[in-house]
Design a binder for this molecule. Structure first.
Ligand code: NAD
Length: 475
């Protein structure tokens, strides 16, 4: 990952392990269990040929299972021109910690395929994805019971639908085949709210932070999320949904958006929906009429702001630019955007960081809901919605009879309402992000050796993992 710590180049997985070590050093853990927690269980590398335009091309991919103390192991599959075994293993280990932090009962896994999806047609991508899925199924790295992928960089609903269909054809007898992958389209067994879940979870994390006045003050920020000046890097799935909500619901000013080809700025705030539409149409942020464009995207990270949200990829804030970051709060929406060495610098500079393993856990949380929905073969809310509405209507009638007055319109609306699947998903996600924040805060406040949220988040996760290892025993 090209960052140095004590003159040694750290890979992504070393960087994650160093962060885990920091947390383990404040806990009194048996060194054997510590080593067992950090070790990556298994990784496969597959290379397979696919015929593209009459020519054979060979593709390479990986799937890594970091932990299987809980099954299935869970984690996204990314399609990117730069993926390697170390990166996949690092991301798989982050999944282990992430699931533990947010109490999702899964092990940690991750996959990657070395490919630039923009160079292939839809038909080619379908052939390649299906072939990759077949390799994973055959080698025992994809099934509803043991290993369940989800979308990540460069993959989405479309790829998840192809993967499900491939698994179904290989295992038509598996009644739970829909649970072999999450992040599927709703009409193919997906759950409402999954696509936006990671970005929405990021916003729920920020809102919870701002509910804690002491943390806001410690970060050197004024109370209240409204009006905060925010810089977002990466307007993909995670970044777009997070930025859109902050712009439209929280009254924040997104003053800069950094993308692959540069940065656009507007001190009065950018309209996220308009930027997205511009990107969809022109495939670039360049030329967006309501913002100033510069090709120097890296400089965008150094713009003075209240909140910086890296939502693109790993290793964006390194020891080379950490001294120049001018924000009070970093929200790690991407996985591993701050390297271990940069984290050290930022901590010493007093910049508060909400860590990736907590911040972007909304995706796996709603994936968990989707998997449960697939195994129960019924949409959440289907049985109780009308019943709840009827009870609400009876309550309104009872109140009207008792008071002799007609209930106001808002009472009618609020009480005579049964939650649908999207309401329940959002409620479960919000609850998860709030609870997990409070768990982190509790260990942060209780243990004087902990001075940052990242270490606190790892301590929360490691405590749960240790308990799990001790309960199960090591054989
Ligand atoms: P995505 O491919 O949808 O979006 C990534 C965006 O970042 C794209 O718009 C891309 O153009 C931009 N980008 C890439 N490199 C960049 C660079 N160097 N500078 C600026 N912009 C750049 O991916 P995503 O699913 O939104 O994932 C983003 C990050 O969030 C990744 O680290 C991923 O692992 C993490 N994450 C994703 C999910 C999920 O549910 N999708 C869940 C948890 C974590």
């Amino acid at each position: 990952m090209g960052d140095n710590n004590n003159n040694k180049t750290l890979s992504f997985s070393e960087s994650v392990n160093f962060m885990a070590d920091r947390a383990m050093s404040v806990l009194d853990i048996d060194p054997g269990i510590a080593a067992a927690i950090k070790a990556c269980n298994s990784t496969i590398k597959v290379s397979f040929p696919v015929e593209i335009n009459g020519k054979i091309e060979v593709f390479t991919g990986w799937r890594s299972v970091h932990s299987d103390h809980r099954l299935p192991a869970k984690g996204g599959i990314r399609f990117a021109p730069i993926v390697n075994e170390d990166e996949v293993e690092a991301l798989a280990s982050l999944m282990t910690y992430k699931c533990a932090i947010v109490d999702v009962p899964f092990g940690g896994s991750k996959g990657g395929l070395l490919i630039d999806p923009s160079k292939y047609t839809r038909e080619d991508m379908q052939k390649i994805t299906r072939r990759f899925a077949r390799e994973l199924v055959r080698k025992g790295f994809l099934s509803p019971a043991t290993n369940v992928p989800a979308p990540d960089m460069g993959t989405g609903e479309r790829e998840m639908a192809w993967i499900t269909d491939t698994y179904k054809h290989l295992h038509p007898e598996d009644i739970n085949y829909l649970g072999c992958v999450t992040g599927k389209p709703v009409r193919h067994g997906g759950i409402r709210g999954r696509t936006e879940a990671t970005g929405r979870g990021v916003v729920y994390a920020i809102r919870e932070f701002f509910r804690n006045a002491d943390d806001v003050e410690n970060a050197g920020l004024k109370p209240g999320l409204g009006g905060k000046r925010i810089v977002v890097q990466g307007l993909g799935n995670v970044g777009f949904h997070a930025a859109k909500l902050l712009d439209e619901e929280d009254d924040c000013k997104i003053i800069a958006i950094i993308e692959r080809d540069g940065v656009i700025t507007n001190d009065d705030g950018l309209c996220i929906q308009d930027v997205r539409m511009h990107i969809n149409e022109h495939k670039t942020i360049k030329g967006f009429p309501d913002g100033k464009f510069s090709e120097d995207g890296a400089a965008g990270l150094e713009i003075e702001c209240d909140i910086l949200i890296p939502a693109a990829m790993e290793a964006q804030i390194t020891k080379d630019n950490a001294e120049n970051i001018k924000t009070k709060l970093i929200i790690e929406a991407a996985n591993g955007p701050v390297t271990f060495a940069a984290d050290d610098i930022l901590r010493h500079r007093g910049i508060t960081i909400l860590p990736d393993a907590y911040v972007n856990a909304g995706g796996v949380t709603v994936s968990y809901f989707e998997w449960v929905r697939n195994l129960s073969h019924i949409r959440f809310g289907r049985m109780e919605r009308r019943h709840d509405e009827m009870r609400g209507a009876h309550m309104v009638q009872a109140l009207e009879t008792m008071t002799g007055k007609q209930a106001e319109e808002w009472m009618q609306k609020e009480l005579v309402y049964g939650a649908d699947e999207l309401d329940l998903v959002r409620s479960g996600l919000d609850d998860t992000m709030r609870n997990s924040y409070q768990q982190m805060k509790e260990v942060y406040n209780e243990n004087k050796k902990i001075t940052d949220f990242r270490t606190a988040s790892y301590v929360v996760a490691i405590n749960k993992l240790v308990r799990s290892y001790i309960d199960i025993g090591v054989y």
